[in-house]
Design a protein around this ligand. Structure first.
Ligand SMILES: [Zn+2]
Ligand SMILES: [Zn+2]
Length: 358
């Protein structure tokens, strides 16, 4: 699992200019065209196929990390595809199966990487009618019950965490569960501006050719260039059966609508940390990201929404300029869906169903 970290390469991929300036945390802005090269954690999608209590594992071929080790089928989500589409594509490439993808099999997990960005893993429940077979970069495949998993030969700590978590929530510890987490999930267009596609090589400013989903190669020096959807996260603070929402500032995406306090993950940050930080920056309220409430996506971003009890009760509307108003809503005062932005109608309906908002 590794794509080169392009934050040190000299050219803007949008306009080819060398006038790149460091902003913060490795994000770099081009002074010529105004675009920013964001340095977020890289998103990975996995397909968790379970049949008769056994999970499908694939043995990695000659790859950069974890060669010969076992994982569930998965790989980087490319810019222009949704996380479920990436899980489907990876299952096809690594196990030669056409899959249907359902909800999340586990809460998003985070893998530390040497470049400091980290990977965010989204694992989807998947089903297939096909018989799996090793794909081009796969040495072997195996259906494993919990006591058949090669626990000492798993490729990543996140693979072990996924499988142990599945066993822990299974009604029968000898079988893997095939159901999804009870959270809100939906494809929702973010309303944010579409990211400009890269055209120039970051290493030599040669012309790039699009060769795979989110993958370009330089026609001059053969360097690969990858773009991925950006992870975002938010936290919904709870207090006495009320949830805190913010009214978005006019002129922004969803201006005038009530929304989840949420923002982009910084390099090295887990989604729980992102959500907690964004909630505080945007509202002045602190709350732990205690429980996963929902996952929402389009082909450029995805958003994990957590919920937890508020540690502060007085929001500060002028804390940061995203919102013009902040308000605690209970079931009776909740704004109608058409006055809510993006994930807010889905995830607040889930909070009501769970009895967390009353
Ligand atoms: Zn530029
Ligand atoms: Zn090049």
């Amino acid at each position: 699992m590794g794509t080169p970290d392009p934050s040190t390469l000299p050219y803007c991929t949008v306009c080819g200019s060398p006038r790149l300036v460091e902003r913060y945390l490795g994000h770099r802005r081009c002074e010529a065209c105004g675009s920013t090269r964001w340095r977020n954690p890289l998103p990975v999608a996995e397909a968790v196929l379970v049949r008769d209590g056994r999970v499908l594992l694939v043995q990695r071929g000659a790859v950069e990390h974890g060669a010969g080790k076992w994982v569930v089928p998965g790989g980087f989500i490319g810019l222009g595809e949704t996380p479920p589409e990436a899980a489907m594509r990876e299952a096809g490439e690594e196990a030669q199966v056409a899959v249907r993808v359902g909800g999340l099999a586990a809460a998003p997990r985070w893998l530390a990487t040497k470049d400091g960005r980290g990977h965010v893993l989204l694992s989807f429940v998947a089903t297939t009618d096909d018989e799996p077979a090793p794909g081009e970069d796969t040495m072997d495949i195996r259906w494993c019950a919990p006591d058949e998993v090669p626990w000492d030969a798993l490729a990543f700590p996140t693979t072990e965490a996924l499988l142990r978590g599945l066993v822990a929530r299974s009604p029968d510890a000898r079988r893997f569960p095939d159901d999804a987490l009870d959270i809100a999930t939906a494809e929702v267009v973010s309303g944010r501006a579409r990211r400009p596609r890269p055209r120039f090589c970051a290493r030599c400013s040669g012309i790039l050719a699009l060769l795979s989903v989110g993958g370009w190669r330089c026609t001059r020096c053969d360097t690969w260039h990858y773009e991925n959807p950006r992870p975002t996260a938010g936290v919904l603070a709870l207090r006495d059966g009320h949830v805190l929402l913010g009214k978005r500032r006019p002129g922004t995406a969803g201006g005038g609508l009530w929304a989840v306090p949420s923002g982009h993950a910084e390099p090295g940050e887990t989604l729980e940390e992102t959500g907690t930080r964004e909630l505080f920056e945007e509202t002045g309220v602190r709350a732990a990201a205690e429980r996963l409430a929902g996952l929402f996506w389009d082909s450029e971003h995805f958003e994990a929404v957590y919920t937890g009890p508020a540690l502060d009760t007085e929001p500060a509307a002028d804390h940061r300029p995203e919102f013009t108003d902040l308000k605690w809503f209970d079931r009776a005062s909740m704004p109608p869906a058409e006055l809510m932005h993006h994930s807010a109608p889905h995830v607040t309906a889930w909070l009501v169903r769970q009895g967390l908002v009353r």
